[in-house]
Write a protein that binds this ligand. Structure first.
Ligand code: F0G
Length: 456
């Protein structure tokens, strides 16, 4: 009798799944898109999804769930307390991370908000390789200084380092010496810096440094499986993804997780940690806003879907295809001369908007101008990660990127080829593109709600 085993990655040069249900894509005309963009005030978060052809705004909460996840949802135990679904969810997280205490939340930022409120206060410093927008905003909202300590390589889109997400240990030490640091975060993969991985060696070094100083260390773990895939590919080809995932988590005291990414679900997150006192305080606080600790703002069926999704996310055939899709799009774009962050990350291709549109200054949001041009060209929705997302008080971030995030198991290679063709057309007439100016500048996370207008 033959027992089915995890096939080697090369066994799947195509999608490692069959499609059981489809969702129609409605074609739109250029005139329609022009109207929609004007009405959305050049903010793609305000564009109704029915007017989007290929939606690469985010890989968060946009994955296609598997037949196993959908069937697990039918088992959802909706008891307010002590539900079997919570137990299954807890077992799945414990098996993957080794953390004893598991608290569900409705998504990643809810876990951030609760944890940061428990541990940090105004004037503290919290280092990270790069803070993502919600992490930074939740910290800054408490008066905390959020410091990015990623290595220089992360700021050089053209330089192909294998682990561009690594923390620079010198920078981290300076941050530890220079302020009151209640805890340190590391984001795997490093979303704001191009979805780039952190090596196991770097995680070990950060962990050793923080343990020697008694400072708690948490992983912002949204894309932990993709990170482990890169570690396997570039650092430890002899080890399994699951084994690497377990070691990654063992190096920290806990993790914040948006299950909307590598949990392969449409909603959900969690905080998990070893310290029972911290877990108890977290639970007491979460009752105020998230719900009872056994469901944390989620339905029992959501917990079931996460339990299965976390397992599927570490399957090597899934990861080989996922990272392979990103690589395929990256190669198509690069082959057409389009400047991108290299090597490509795990969940997205990041276009270097500074290089794509050198004639548009940071004050006129080159990334957003490019994202709008891609939308006009082919109904492609992407996300600016640059001056609109991050600049404050006239200071621009070092990178002006446009992220083409690929939702898991949603698009096929021909969809991605279409994206590459549209991007090439925009690239060929890049000199005709103009910048944008803000007409409404909200105080927090402004890229979500800002309004803009053409400069000319
Ligand atoms: N940390 C990182 C690294 C993230 O990428 C995100 C979300 C969060 C935390 C917050 O999680 O959305 O569940 O509250 N990133 C999404 C994105 C929004 O498009 O990259 P959440």
């Amino acid at each position: 009798m033959i027992t089915p085993q995890e096939p080697p990655a090369s066994a799947f040069p195509f999608e490692p799944y069959r499609i059981k249900m489809v969702e129609a894509i409605r074609p739109t005309t250029r005139e329609e898109r022009e109207c929609v963009l004007e009405e959305a005030r050049f903010n793609l978060f305000k564009v109704p999804s029915e007017f989007v052809t290929i939606d690469l705004l985010t890989d968060s909460g946009t994955a296609a769930m598997s037949d196993n996840q959908w069937s697990a949802m039918m088992r959802g135990d909706e008891a307010y307390a002590g539900s079997r679904s919570f137990k299954r969810f807890e077992r799945a997280v414990r098996a993957l991370t080794g953390y004893a205490n598991v608290m569900p939340t409705h998504q990643g930022r809810a876990a951030e908000h609760l944890l940061f409120g428990l541990l940090a206060k105004a004037g503290d410093t919290v280092p990270n390789n790069c803070h993502f927008d919600t992490t930074r905003a939740n910290l800054e909202n408490l008066g905390v200084i959020a410091v990015d300590c990623v290595g220089d390589c992360a700021y050089e889109p053209d330089r192909a380092c294998p682990f561009k997400g690594n923390m620079d240990l010198g920078r981290l030490e300076r941050a530890l010496d220079g302020g009151r640091v209640p805890f340190v975060l590391i984001t795997v993969t490093n979303n704001s810096g191009g979805g780039q991985p952190v090596s196991l060696r770097n995680l070990r070094a950060v962990s050793a440094l923080l343990r020697s100083r008694g400072i708690p260390f948490f992983i912002d773990a949204c894309r932990f499986a993709e990170n482990a895939w890169f570690i396997r590919e570039r650092e430890h080809p002899d080890r399994s993804v699951r084994d690497l995932v377990f070691e990654m988590f063992s190096l920290a005291d806990g993790c914040l997780m948006s299950a909307k990414k590598d949990g392969l679900v449409n909603i959900g997150g969690f905080f998990a940690c070893n310290d029972p006192d911290l877990a108890e305080r977290f639970k007491q606080k979460m009752v105020l806003t998230e719900g009872f600790p056994d469901y944390g703002g989620l339905a029992g069926r959501d917990l079931e879907a996460i339990a299965v999704g976390l397992h599927e996310a570490v399957e090597e055939s899934f990861l080989a295809h996922r990272v392979g899709q990103v690589r395929h799009l990256a190669e198509r774009l690069h082959g057409q001369g389009i400047p991108i962050v290299r090597p490509p990350g795990g969940h997205a291709v990041f276009i270097d908007a500074k290089k794509f549109l050198p004639h548009i200054p940071a004050s006129e949001f080159p990334g957003q101008a490019l994202a709008c041009a891609l939308y006009l060209e082919g109904g492609i929705r992407s996300c600016e990660i640059g001056s609109l997302m991050f600049s404050r008080k006239g200071e621009s971030p070092r990178l002006e990127l446009v992220r083409l995030a690929i939702p898991s198991r949603v698009y096929t290679t021909s969809h991605l080829d279409f994206v590459a063709e549209c991007a090439a057309r925009v690239f060929n007439r890049r000199n005709d593109l103009d910048g944008l100016r803000l007409t409404n500048d909200p105080p927090y996370l402004r890229h979500f709600t800002a309004e803009l207008a053409a400069v000319r």
